[in-house]
Design a protein around this ligand. Structure first.
Ligand SMILES: Cc1cc2nc3c(=O)[nH]c(=O)nc-3n(C[C@H](O)[C@H](O)[C@H](O)COP(=O)(O)OP(=O)(O)OC[C@H]3O[C@@H](n4cnc5c(N)ncnc54)[C@H](O)[C@@H]3O)c2cc1C
Length: 376
């Protein structure tokens, strides 16, 4: 019996769970290690913040997928991989042995060196904690306890979150809605995108009175304030931290080869460059020869290649290279059922873009909803 362990229930692994057991292989035992029973889909999180979705519309239930794959579930986080003993050590103390290990644990929020972030700010990840914090904030805003809030991070995710928050609060509270501002440490927001997309977003932000503050590196977060490095201080009754991705320290601590930021380094077969029996996909991994931004679209695309190569390694067959094109479609929701799209140098926007994104997102989730009443 070969033992395949899936660490994390991210975008690539939901596909693995769905596809690996078809046809079922009685010589393969599968274990999924996941601290969460439902994987919150980040692509729809801004829509949930804005009030367009219920939370249960934005999640993938891992239990039914695992049952269909005949996978055992360990409800815990992996904290260390012991490549010599070929075991994953979990936070609950369990050591899970593997012959082949696949890791899709995503990234953590990059917190940087500002003082008080852990105590006073809410990082966007883990998403489950962020969800609770946003629900609490809406309650406080309705009780009139919030004058303004800050979103730290001027990338696509930070802007989506800020636009969504502004929309929700304005829908609920009208003219009494708190002010929303974005603080970015880069000279412009959306530094990875072209001028076209940026100008569209800046126009929308100005119309909706969302404060956009580039070149504003946060030095300290405290109770009721955010202070920048140049000592400018903003009143901020709540601060959300959406300032990019950091690696889980377990890769370095486990002695696996990583990139300079600590993400698992993989080859074009999605295999660890130091440990070929370990695979990595999604945000947690960096391709040695074809690095890509940390975006869900790459994690999703890795799913089918990951299944092919896990099967191939288990069967002792040759692996297949997986290289994603550099260009990808980015759809940035603007809170009010409008979105901006980017593909290479093309930029477009409007309500139809939001509805298109909504269809893509719903279709993605529908693929992984298991109807347990229906025979496999
Ligand atoms: C607000 C927001 C909006 C975004 N919108 C988009 C978008 O529209 N398009 C896009 O391409 N990207 C988007 N992104 C980026 C996207 O979220 C990530 O790139 C994507 O989630 C990466 O997928 P993943 O499978 O690598 O990891 P994840 O989706 O993060 O899944 C990782 C899973 O592993 C689990 N896990 C974590 N640690 C452990 C551990 N130690 N042991 C076991 N399990 C663990 C987690 O609980 C989680 O279930 C957005 C990000 C944010 C924050």
């Amino acid at each position: 019996m070969k033992r395949l362990v899936l660490l994390g229930g991210g975008h690539a692994h939901v596909h693995v769970l769905q596809a690996i057991a078809e046809p079922p292989d009685s010589a393969l035992s599968i274990t999924l290690i996941s601290p969460v029973a439902t994987q919150v889909y980040s692509g729809m999180l801004p829509g949930w913040i804005a009030g367009h979705y219920d939370l249960d519309e934005c999640g993938i239930d891992l239990g039914p997928l695992a049952r269909r794959a005949r996978a055992r579930v360990v409800p815990s986080s992996g904290v260390l991989v012991d490549p010599t003993r070929r075991e994953v050590v979990c936070a609950n103390g369990e050591a899970v042995p593997y012959d082949v290990l696949s890791i899709d644990i995503g990234s953590q929020a990059f917190l940087g060196d500002a003082v008080g972030v852990e105590k006073y700010a809410t990082p966007v990840r883990p998403l489950e904690r962020f969800v609770l914090a946003w629900e609490a904030l809406v309650g406080r805003a309705q009780r009139g306890e919030i004058g303004s809030l800050s979103v730290v991070g001027g990338g696509a995710a930070g802007l989506e979150v800020a636009f969504a928050m502004e929309h929700r609060l304005r829908t609920l509270l009208g003219a009494d809605a708190p002010h929303v501002r974005v603080l970015a440490d880069t000279p412009v927001v959306l530094p990875d995108y072209g001028d076209g997309a940026r100008s569209r977003l800046l126009r929308l932000a100005a119309k909706r009175n969302i404060g956009i503050h580039p070149s504003s590196r946060v030095a300290e977060v405290g109770a009721g304030f955010v202070r920048l490095r140049d000592n400018i201080e903003f009143a901020s009754d709540a601060t959300f931290w959406v300032a990019g991705a950091a690696a889980n320290p377990l890769f370095r601590e486990s002695g696996l080869r990583t990139d300079e930021r600590g993400f698992l380094l993989v080859n074009d077969f999605l295999q660890s460059v130091s440990h070929p029996e370990i695979f990595g996909a999604g945000d947690c991994a960096t391709s040695l020869d074809h690095p890509r931004p940390k975006a869900g679209v790459f994690a999703v695309r890795a799913g089918p290649a990951l299944v092919t190569n896990l099967r191939a390694l288990l069967a002792g067959q040759p692996l297949v290279a997986h290289v994603t094109p550099k260009r990808f479609l980015a759809l940035i929701a603007c809170g009010d059922k409008r979105a901006i799209g980017l593909y290479g140098a093309f930029t477009f926007g409007g309500r139809w873009v939001w509805h298109w994104k909504d269809r893509i997102d719903r279709r993605f989730l529908a693929r992984y909803r298991v109807d347990e009443a229906r025979p496999a």
